[in-house]
Design a protein around this ligand. Structure first.
Ligand code: C5P
Length: 260
C-alpha cells in the first residue's frame, strides 16, 4: 500500500481568507516552481496544504478538483475527530474525491483506526496511497493549554498521542520539532519493544525563518533546526505566504531538505 512515497518535503499551508486569494498565490508563486522542478523520484516533494480556513470557503472543493487534475500533491489538514463511523465516512469521501498525498486526524486510537480502514478501502495493494497523519499536541499549545486539555504536561501528552497514532496504523505524526528527540526515545509498543521513527513521516509545523513573527505559534523552529532535529516534512504557512519573495523561500527550504 505504501509504494513510491516521498520521504521528505515542504508543505505550504495556504491559509487564505478566500479561494481567490489562495489561487492567486498558488498561480504566482507555487505553479512556476512545479513547472521548473526536475521530475526525480528522490527530490523533496512540494505539497499544498489546505485546512479549515479555506475548506469552508465557497469554491474550495472545485478548486481542489482542478489541483488534483493538475497532479498537485494535496494535504487535507482536516484534523478529523468524531465517532468511528463518521470518521470512516468523512475520510473516505475526501480520499475518494481528491486522492490527497496526506490527510490528518486527531491522534486518538479509534479515530486513527477508522481513518486507516477508510483509506485502505480506497487503494489497491501496491498503489501509492494517502498518508494518514495523527495530529499530536498543537504547536500553538504551551504548558497551560496542554494541562487544561488533558491534565498532563505537553511532553507526556505528545508521547501518548504519537504512540496512539503509530500503534493504530498512521503513516506519520504531526508534532513540534522540539518533540522529536523525546519521541525517539520514549515510544514503546504494548509488548515494550521500541518504535523507530525512521519508518514514519514526521511532519512539523511552527516553522519560522529567523526574524519572522511567531504569530500564534508557541513552539517554533527554524527550517534547518527542524530538519536537524529529525523532521522530514516541514509545514510552512505565513513565513512563506507573507514573505516579499515567497518563491525564493520555497526554493531555499527545498534545497535544505535536499541536502539533509
Ligand atoms: O502560518 P504557520 O506556518 O504558523 O501555519 C502552520 C500551519 O500548520 C497552519 O495551517 C496550522 O493549521 C497547521 N498546524 C499547526 N500545528 C499543528 C498542526 C497543524 O500549526 N500541530
Amino acid at each position: 500500500m505504501h509504494a513510491s512515497r516521498p520521504s521528505a518535503g515542504l508543505i505550504i499551508a495556504l491559509d487564505f481568507p478566500t479561494v481567490e486569494d489562495a489561487k492567486v498565490f498558488f498561480d504566482d508563486h507555487i505553479a512556476p516552481i512545479y513547472a521548473s522542478l526536475p521530475d526525480l523520484p528522490t527530490r523533496p516533494a512540494l505539497i499544498v496544504k489546505v485546512g479549515l480556513q479555506l475548506l469552508y470557503q465557497p469554491g474550495c472543493m472545485e478548486w481542489l478538483d482542478t489541483l488534483k487534475q493538475q497532479q498537485v500533491p494535496l494535504f487535507l489538514d482536516v484534523k478529523m475527530f468524531d465517532i468511528p463511523s463518521t470518521v470512516r465516512g468523512g475520510v473516505r469521501s475526501l480520499v475518494e474525491r481528491y486522492r490527497p498525498a496526506m490527510i490528518t486526524v486527531t491522534a486518538v486510537p479509534q479515530v486513527v483506526t477508522a481513518a486507516r480502514e477508510a483509506i485502505d478501502c480506497c487503494f489497491r495493494a501496491g498503489e501509492a496511497s494517502t498518508q494518514l497523519l495523527g495530529v499530536t499536541v498543537l504547536t500553538s499549545m504551551g504548558h497551560e493549554s496542554a494541562l487544561y486539555a488533558s491534565f498532563v504536561e505537553p511532553e507526556t501528552l505528545v508521547t501518548h498521542m504519537a504512540g496512539a497514532a503509530l500503534d493504530n496504523g498512521a503513516d506519520g505524526i504531526v508534532c513540534a520539532a522540539q518533540d522529536i528527540s523525546r519521541l525517539e526515545n520514549s515510544l514503546e509498543r504494548p509488548d515494550k519493544s521500541m518504535v523507530s521513527l525512521d519508518d514514519f513521516a514526521i511532519v512539523t509545523p511552527g516553522i519560522r525563518f529567523s526574524g519572522d513573527d511567531k504569530d500564534d505559534q508557541r513552539r517554533v523552529s527554524a527550517p534547518e533546526d527542524a530538519i536537524a532535529l529529525g523532521a522530514n516534512f516541514l509545514v510552512m504557512g505565513r513565513s512563506i505566504t507573507r514573505a516579499s519573495h515567497p518563491a525564493a523561500r520555497i526554493e531555499e527550504v527545498l534545497r535544505l531538505l535536499d541536502k539533509a
